[in-house]
Write a protein that binds this ligand. Structure first.
Ligand code: SF4
Length: 475
């Protein structure tokens, strides 16, 4: 028995499940049951030694993935490790190495070696690089790339096995055709070779490799909509039906599986999309990219997509793949990673609060209490991004004497409503304000607590209380 799924079915509570129970503040037996039923996954390649195990599932705190990786045009190993560090520092629960440029093996191995969070890849990218063009990829090469990446310790892989020949005509008439990189590569391969998708026909062999290393499937949505006009169309849902079939097949093979989702979806269709995936795929965790709820805002797509991601999380999506302000425009850099992660940590937390996740709003309450008490230092400490909160405050009122001032520069001393309210309460015997949140004793999962440790720039650490940091990487 290798996989967490097989061991869970066998009644075993693994050390990974114990650690997850601690991080999520739930019972370890509950973790085991959720994994055994395929309702949650623990992406944990048996060869990924620096991993701090985490879980992705509807019944657990909502997670966030950050995509990193190089392209032909930019980045190197040091730059990639800096992106990994930035992603973990700002709260990524998993990272995907989507490199398509030089030194793929070196970068992938370094990412796995240094990462305390699960690392995902899309092996078809390397297959294209090695073959020279999509249509030149052979079945043998494909399996060879997947096996090598599994041996390198990759925890989960996006496999676009749901794009079938018969689905391709359904994309005719779309405004933006096939926008998934993996989807477009597989479509080109099928058109040029006149054969069915090799990821589909070789699925059982892929399952064997995954089972041996405990790699989790992230079943790719190669036909996801690339604009809101194409959302929820026949092509998207035909592929989803195939993903449901592949989910059950992976479970039969003892392999963990989650399913990827769109893309670009108008707000009123987001919840329906999540509910449909949950039904078609028998509750397998849904991992959504955004979705962007409007197409009009290049440069701000971390915001357009975080709106959709919040709604998806509220409706039951288990992990949100971040989008940065550079989406559609260029390869993200350090500051873009920071912006994207902030937007998505907010989306995930807002979804957890809205879903009544136990203890989730304790963090909000603690921050509100610090705010009302004019305890500025505590407010910065509790902020999602303490560095930014402090920098913004200190831009106008930098002195230490302003750290307990009963105003800030937004309304000014005379018009500070909280000061006026407090003065009125003292004078008029108004009811006092509640101020009693105990974050130490909160039942919230670690991702639903302030970012203690995440913002410690000493990268020697494996795991602080709460969230992990990158191993051995200089800040
Ligand atoms: S001045 Fe305005 S923004 Fe600043 S603390 Fe007072 S009420 Fe809040």
């Amino acid at each position: 028995m290798t996989t967490q799924l097989q061991r869970a079915r066998d009644g075993e509570i693994t050390s990974a499940m114990e650690r997850i129970a601690e991080r999520e503040t739930v019972d370890a037996e509950f973790v085991r049951e959720q994994v055994a039923d395929g309702q949650a996954v623990i992406p944990a390649n048996v060869g990924h030694e620096t991993l701090d195990p985490m879980i992705i599932g509807r019944e657990f705190s909502t997670k966030v993935n950050a995509n990193i990786g190089n392209s032909e045009e930019t980045s190197d190993l040091d730059g990639e490790l800096e992106k990994l560090h930035t992603a973990v520092h700002y709260g990524a629960d998993t990272v995907m190495d989507l490199s398509t440029g030089a030194n793929l093996d070196e970068i992938r191995e370094a990412n796995v070696e240094h990462s305390p969070v699960p690392v995902g890849t899309v092996p078809i990218y390397e297959a294209v690089k090695r073959a020279g063009s999509p249509e030149e990829i052979t079945h043998e090469l494909l399996l060879d790339v997947i096996e090598k990446q599994a041996e390198q310790g990759v925890d989960y892989m996006t496999i676009h096995a749901g794009v079938l020949m018969e689905h391709l005509p359904l994309t005719d008439g779309r405004k933006t055709g096939i926008v998934s990189r993996g989807g477009s590569i597989m479509a080109k391969w099928m058109e040029e070779n006149g054969m069915q998708n090799p990821l589909y026909t070789k699925y059982e062999e892929i399952c064997e490799i995954f089972r041996e290393h405990d790699v989790t499937f992230s079943l790719g949505d190669g036909l996801r909509p690339g604009c809101i006009a194409d959302a929820s169309d026949e092509a998207q849902f035909a592929e989803l039906d195939t993903l449901g079939e592949l989910t059950r097949k992976a479970w039969d093979e003892g392999v963990q599986v989650m399913v990827e989702g769109p893309g670009h979806v108008p707000m009123d269709e987001v919840a329906d999309n999540v509910e449909r995936q949950q039904e078609v795929c028998d509750g397998a965790p849904f991992y959504v990219l955004g979705p962007l709820v409007t197409d009009i805002a290049p440069g701000y797509d971390h915001i357009t997509s975080a709106i959709g991601a919040t709604e998806a999380g509220r409706a039951g999506a288990a992990m949100l793949c971040y989008v940065t302000p550079k989406e559609h425009l260029g390869l993200p850099e350090r500051e873009d990673v920071r912006e994207g992660l902030a937007a998505y940590r907010i989306a995930a937390h807002a979804a957890d609060v809205a879903n009544g996740r136990e203890g989730a709003s304790d963090w909000d309450d603690a921050l509100s209490e610090a705010r009302y008490a004019f305890d500025w230092s505590e407010q910065f400490e509790l902020a999602l991004d303490p560095e930014r909160a402090k920098a913004y405050h200190d831009k106008t009122l930098p002195g230490d004497n302003y750290k307990d001032a009963r105003f800030c520069s937004m309304c000014g001393v005379e018009f500070c409503s909280m000061r006026i309210d407090q003065d009125a309460r003292e004078g008029d015997e108004m009811a006092s304000i509640a101020d009693e949140t105990d974050l130490e004793g909160s039942a919230a999962a670690s991702v639903n607590r302030p970012p203690v440790g995440t913002h410690d720039s000493d990268a020697e650490l494996h795991h602080h209380e709460g969230r992990p940091t990158v191993v051995g990487d200089d800040d």
